[in-house]
Design a protein around this ligand. Sequence first.
Ligand code: 13P
Length: 251
Amino acid sequence: MRTPIIAGNWKLNNTISEAVALTTELKGSVTDCTGVEIIVAPTFTALHAVSDVLKGSNVRLAAQDVYWEDSGAFTGEVSAPMLKDIGCDYVIIGHSERRQYFGETNESVNQKVKAALSHDLKPIICVGEQLEDREAGRTETIIEDHITGGIADLSDAELLSSVVAYEPVWAIGTGKTATPAQAQEVHSLIRKLLTDAYSDEVASQIRIQYGGSVKPENAAELMAQPDVDGALVGGASLQAESFAEIVKSTL
Ligand code: 13P
């Protein structure tokens, strides 16, 4: 039985005071939610303050990116031990916005995933095709490329500490959600790829989130799909009420 996992990716939003207010409200609205893992991913600048607010709560902290070296002359970067030190349990890696705007590749994703795991940070590894890939019938090829490239050389235990997020790029921030059937089709493909690369036992335990215009109105039907184990939520995670509703749709 896979525990549902709902994460809010705040992207480039919220000052520290806004982040604290949102976290405080959210924490209060989900106190009774058990049997679901709840995560928020603020910007680096708000991590410390949000970490303080979350102490003793059932909401976990994630960062939106990490660098693969622990320390050194890498101006502007933040490392896995630093994120662990600030209270992160998770880190989002390979988000399509990082692939699109910041030159993230499967190789850098893989290096970051390994760095995160070696410091006991659980990676949320993002994969997903662009609209032109889908229209050209290349969805499977892209997903296979992201999965095999991003997840290369992990042990069974490392894979089991990871989460995969399927985020079709055409559904992100567009209001165009994948239909439950479209999401299920790719989620089951991902599980099959992991079965082939690892084993049925491992693949059946790993959690696969869907991301792309998830809202309170569509969350339950997406979550009802057999291979959809949660959601990576952008826009709707910026309001405590809508994010809490999405969390509750898993219960
Ligand atoms: P939206 O929910 O705003 O479409 O964003 C999805 C996303 O990119 C989460 O990482």
